[in-house]
Design a protein around this ligand. Structure first.
Ligand SMILES: Cc1cc2nc3c(=O)[nH]c(=O)nc-3n(C[C@H](O)[C@H](O)[C@H](O)COP(=O)(O)OP(=O)(O)OC[C@H]3O[C@@H](n4cnc5c(N)ncnc54)[C@H](O)[C@@H]3O)c2cc1C
Length: 411
C-alpha cells in the first residue's frame, strides 16, 4: 500500500470507546493534531454507565502507590511503576479539576457525589468535544497491519491509516476475541473470569441468606489463597469481599479446578486456636450457667451461631461450664476451620472482569508501547491486568490510558 499526499493519515487511532480509550485519546490529543476513537458498538462508555450499580466506583482512596498495586492479582509489579505517572490521587485531581465532585465512602471506594455514572461520561465526552477528538461509533476494527511507518486498520468496509494506534478493546471472554492481536505476533494469555461468587448447591447455610459477618478469613483448601473481610451468605452460597478477593487471586487456579473445591472459613477473622480457647475460658467465668444456644459471645450473627452449633452437633442444652474435651474441639473447628464444598460460580452483580489478554512482557510500562511493534500501544483491560473490586479496575484503565495517550501523542 502506498500513501499519496491525499490519503488521510490520522496521528492517533484509538480502538475501543471505553474508559481506557477515552483517557488515552484525551491525553494523546494534548500533543497531537488528529485523534479518532473507533468504537464497534452503538454506545460509548457503556461499562462506565452500568458500573458500580450505575454509580461508577471511579477509583479507591488508596494513595500509596505500593499499597495500591497490591490490589491487582495480575499486573501488580508493572502497575506499581505506572502509578508514579498517574495514580488514584491523579484520578481524583483530574475529575475534580473538571468540576466532577467525588465522595469517599468508609470502605475507601470513591464515587461521584452525584451518585450517577453519567457525570463521568459527561465529563469525558465534554473533554473530547472541547479537544476536537473524533468519535466513530459502529466502527469495528477487524485487523491492524503495520506497513512502513504507519498502520492500516480494516474498519467495516474501509481502510483507515494512522501513524500510531492505541488498542483499548477491553476484556474478552473468549480467546477468539484476541485472535486479531495474536495474529500480530503478540503473546496472549487466554482469558478466564475473575470476580465471581461461590455456589454451594444444597448446602443448608444458604437458608441464612442475607447474614453478613464483618471480619472473616477464608482459605481455599490445598492452596495458599486467602481472602479477608466481610462474608455475605447468599441464596446460592457465599459472596462478599472475602470471597470476591479469592475469586480474583484464584481466577486461574479455580478455573483449572473447574470451580470444584473446598474452603475453610474462620468466622473470627484471624483468631488462632489458642486465642479462641482463652476466649472460651473467659466466657466460662462470665456466664458459666448459660446454655451455648442462649449466649453467643462472638462477633457472628445469632443465626450463624445457631447454625454452627447444629452443624457441629453441639447439643443446644449444653452450658458454657460443661464445654470440655471433644465438644470444645468441635467449637474450635466450627468457628476457625468451618469447611464448605464449592461447586460452580455466579457472576457478581453482573460485574465481571477478565484475567488474561495481552501478555505483560509484550509491553513497556513506561510508555504502554508494544516492545515488538513500535507505534502500537495498549491500555485497559485488553492487557493481562485486573484488580479486585473497589474502583481498582477503572484506576488501571485511567493509569494505562493516560500513559499510552501521552506517549502515542508525543512523538
Ligand atoms: C457491570 C460492571 C460493573 C463494573 N463496575 C466497576 C466499578 O464500579 N469500578 C471499577 O473499577 N470497575 C468496574 N468494572 C470493571 C470496569 O468496567 C472495566 O475494568 C473497565 O470498563 C475496563 O475499561 P476498558 O476501556 O479497558 O474496556 P471496556 O470498558 O470494556 O471498553 C472497551 C471498548 O472497546 C470496544 N471494542 C472491542 N473490540 C473492538 C473493536 N475490534 N473495534 C472497535 N471497538 C472495539 C468495546 O465495544 C468497548 O466499548 C465493572 C464491570 C462491569 C461489567
Amino acid at each position: 500500500m502506498n500513501l499519496n499526499s491525499r490519503t488521510p493519515l490520522l496521528d492517533v487511532a484509538v480502538i475501543g470507546g471505553g474508559a481506557a480509550g477515552f483517557f488515552a485519546a484525551i491525553h494523546a490529543k494534548n500533543t497531537t493534531n488528529s485523534v479518532t476513537i473507533f468504537e464497534k458498538s452503538a454506545k460509548l462508555l457503556s461499562k462506565v454507565k452500568i458500573s458500580g450499580g450505575g454509580r461508577c466506583n471511579v477509583t479507591n482512596a488508596c494513595f500509596d502507590n505500593e499499597l495500591l498495586s497490591r490490589h491487582y492479582p495480575r499486573g501488580e509489579k508493572q502497575l506499581r511503576r505506572a502509578f508514579y505517572q498517574f495514580n488514584a490521587q491523579s484520578t481524583v485531581d483530574w475529575y475534580e479539576s473538571r468540576g466532577v465532585k467525588l465522595k469517599t465512602y468508609p470502605d475507601n471506594c470513591i464515587f461521584p457525589q452525584a451518585n450517577d455514572s453519567q457525570v463521568i461520561i459527561d465529563c469525558l465526552l465534554k473533554e473530547c468535544y472541547d479537544k476536537g477528538i473524533e468519535l466513530q461509533i459502529q466502527h469495528a476494527v477487524k485487523t491492524i497491519k503495520k506497513e512502513n511507518d504507519y498502520f492500516v486498520l480494516a474498519i467495516n468496509d474501509q481502510l483507515v491509516y494512522a501513524k500510531k494506534v492505541i488498542v483499548t478493546t477491553g476484556g474478552q471472554p473468549k480467546i477468539s476475541g484476541l485472535k486479531w492481536l495474536e495474529e500480530l505476533g503478540l503473546k496472549i494469555i487466554s482469558p478466564v473470569p475473575s470476580l465471581f461468587t461461590f455456589n454451594m448447591p444444597g448446602n443448608p447455610i444458604r437458608e441464612l441468606m442475607g447474614n453478613v459477618v464483618e471480619q472473616t478469613t477464608v482459605k481455599i483448601e490445598g492452596t495458599k489463597l486467602t481472602g479477608k473481610g466481610p462474608l455475605l451468605v447468599t441464596h446460592w452460597g457465599m459472596s462478599g469481599p472475602a470471597i470476591l478477593q479469592l475469586s480474583a487471586w484464584g481466577a486461574r487456579i479455580l478455573e483449572e479446578k473447574n470451580y470444584q473445591f473446598s474452603i475453610f472459613v474462620n468466622w473470627l477473622d484471624e483468631q488462632k486456636e489458642e486465642g479462641l480457647r482463652a476466649m472460651v475460658q473467659h466466657q466460662k467465668k462470665e456466664q458459666p450457667d448459660k446454655m451455648l444456644s442462649n449466649a453467643n459471645p462472638f462477633s457472628i450473627t445469632n443465626k450463624i451461631w445457631q447454625f454452627l452449633l447444629q452443624k457441629y452437633e453441639l447439643p443446644a442444652q449444653i452450658r458454657w461450664k460443661e464445654l470440655e474435651g471433644k465438644s470444645l474441639n468441635k467449637l474450635v473447628t466450627a468457628l476457625l476451620f468451618d469447611k464448605y464444598d464449592v461447586s460452580g460460580k455466579t457472576t457478581f452483580k453482573e460485574e465481571f472482569v477478565t484475567a488474561g489478554g495481552v501478555h505483560l512482557s509484550e509491553i513497556d510500562f513506561n510508555t504502554m508501547e508494544s516492545k515488538k511493534i513500535k507505534g502500537l500501544y495498549f491500555a485497559g483491560e485488553v492487557v493481562d491486568i485486573d484488580g479486585i473490586t473497589g474502583g481498582f479496575n477503572f484506576q488501571a484503565a485511567w493509569t494505562t490510558g493516560y500513559i499510552a495517550g501521552k506517549n502515542a501523542g508525543s512523538n
